[in-house]
Design a binder for this molecule. Structure first.
Ligand code: NAD
Length: 481
């Protein structure tokens, strides 16, 4: 029996009010295995009427969930984390099958998803207000209240993990949720909704509407009865969502793309730096918002780094996620086409292809680890998010030049610096225009630390206690005494 036979059902409905339902007009989409290009399952494609139904159910479930005692909410949410661990092998295999990533990377995503629920469970009974002294005739104090119905719209690169990153703090704060996973990778989200119910989440508190950006996503983000929206995805979609949400003045948290520089100085340990950067650009086939896709490297170590990095890239073994090699396929045919288009653009712009550059001649959306040198920072391959295993290498001479190149993009998600000079590292950390800065490392963030973007990379923060800000509003109560 194959993994696919055991894990994947033939058809999936919408998960609304604790029940499976078909879309009102029977519309569906196919989710594809990116390693074989074969359909995995038929999944309901929600229309605006289905979205109305999900929001209505979430609204009805809200008062009881809000009024559930914080410690009870915390216990249920902790139990979700434990069940995710219990079903960890199944969830990781499902994710790897639907999204394409190597099994061990999927396992690590699932472990982190469990941690989100465990971490936020502990915050359930620690949501507190303040008392504010305003004089002897009045007592003022604040309370922090949930918004009501929250919406999470997630992309296809980390479906299960991003479900947990949004849903756990939303629930802990007392909101109900309607989640729309990406149309390319809905399966782990649907399974996680069932797991939430098994942990004791009441019907209607966690609902999933599968479907396309339009009409499903846009019906959610323009819905007048949605109280807060968390979106993770691309800048153009984030901009569209802001506009849709503006009509109802619905608050939005946006976690968008990046074009993240890794700045390498001659005093960096080149062996370690090569390994960090390989991990930072080839994990999940480069389909990571915080991937290090621009190496800004001092001219003295440029050639040595490129030679080591090309050897490293050429040693990568590529294959289906289930084989758990170094790199899997890209997640969809569209993504493969986009990455190959950018490789073509790199050629046309005059960059030098140091290695890779081709799709693999086999079924599945596989592309070689690719490195471009002689890249100038104003080229499109240095400015636009490729979202694939494509590294661009840009040389620099002076420290100020390095900083200027690093910051000269419209994104500001993550930046990194590799150096043994502690003072320089701190100087850069302060001047880099990014919500997250790595020094002599990349990835491996814990769930406790805030994550989010400067500039066009987003609004608000997810992860850590900062994420609760997106799910709680403050009320001041003034008492005349
Ligand atoms: P996308 O913007 O195309 O889609 C994301 C989600 O939005 C999908 O569920 C899609 O169906 C939905 N959507 C599309 N149009 C919509 C609309 N008009 N209204 C409402 N919803 C709509 O992004 P993608 O290609 O799935 O994901 C890749 C992007 O996500 C990259 O830019 C990446 O950097 C970003 N990302 C950011 C983070 C972060 O934490 N900052 C994490 C992961 C991915």
């Amino acid at each position: 029996m194959t993994i696919s036979d055991r894990l994947v059902r033939d058809t999936y409905g919408l998960y609304i009010g604790g029940k499976w339902m078909s879309a009102v007009d029977g519309e569906h989409l196919l989710t594809i295995n990116p390693a074989t290009e074969k359909p995995l399952a038929e999944v309901a494609a929600a229309q605006a009427t289905d979205v109305d139904r999900a929001v209505e159910v979430a609204r009805e479930a809200y008062p009881a969930w809000r009024d559930t005692s914080p410690d009870e909410r915390g216990r249920i949410i902790y139990r979700i984390g434990q069940l995710i661990r219990e079903y960890g092998d199944e969830l990781a295999a499902l994710e790897s099958l639907d999204q394409g990533k190597p099994l061990s990377q999927a396992e690590s995503d699932i472990e982190s998803a469990a941690r989100y629920f465990e971490y936020y469970a502990g915050a359930a009974d620690k949501v507190e207000g303040r008392s504010i002294p305003v004089g002897s005739k009045q007592v003022d104090f604040t309370v922090r209240e949930p918004y009501g119905v929250s919406v999470q719209i997630t992309p296809w690169n980390f479906p299960a993990n991003l479900f947990a990153r949004g849903v756990a703090p939303a629930l802990v704060a007392g909101n109900t949720t309607v989640i729309k996973p990406a149309e390319q990778t809905p399966l782990s989200t649907l399974r996680l909704a069932e797991i939430c119910a098994e942990a004791g989440i009441p019907d209607g508190v966690v609902n999933v509407v599968t479907g396309f950006g339009k009409p499903t996503g846009s019906a959610l983000t323009s819905h007048p009865d949605v109280d807060t929206i968390t979106f993770t995805g691309s800048v153009p979609t984030g901009q569209a969502i802001m506009k849709q949400a503006a009509n109802n003045v619905t608050p939005v948290t946006l976690e968008l793309g990046g074009k993240n520089p890794a700045i390498v100085f001659p005093d960096a340990d080149l062996d370690k730096t090569t390994n960090w950067i390989a991990r930072a650009i080839f994990t999940n086939s480069g389909q990571v918002c915080s991937a290090a896709d621009r190496v800004v490297i001092h001219e003295d170590v440029h050639d040595e780094f490129v030679s080591r990095f090309v050897d490293c890239a050429e040693s990568y073994e590529i294959g289906p996620g289930a084989q758990d090699l170094d790199m899997g396929p890209l997640a969809s045919a569209d993504q493969l086409e986009k990455v190959l288009r950018y490789i073509e653009i790199g050629h046309k712009e005059g960059a030098t292809l140091a290695t890779g550059g081709n799709a693999l001649d086999r079924d599945g959306f596989f592309v070689e680890p690719t490195v471009f040198t002689d890249v100038e920072n104003d080229m499109r391959i240095a400015q636009e998010e490729i979202f694939g295993p494509v590294l661009t290498v840009i040389p620099f001479t002076t420290e100020s030049e390095a900083l200027e190149i690093a910051n000269d993009v419209e994104y500001g998600l993550v930046s990194g610096i590799f150096t043994d000079d502690i003072k320089r590292a701190h100087r850069f950390a302060q001047r880099l225009e990014a919500g997250n800065v790595y020094i002599n490392k990349w990835f491996g963030d814990t769930n406790q630390t805030p994550f989010g973007g400067y500039k066009k990379s987003g609004i608000g923060r997810e992860k850590g206690l900062d994420a609760l800000e997106s799910y709680l509003q403050t009320k001041n109560i003034a008492v005349n005494i």
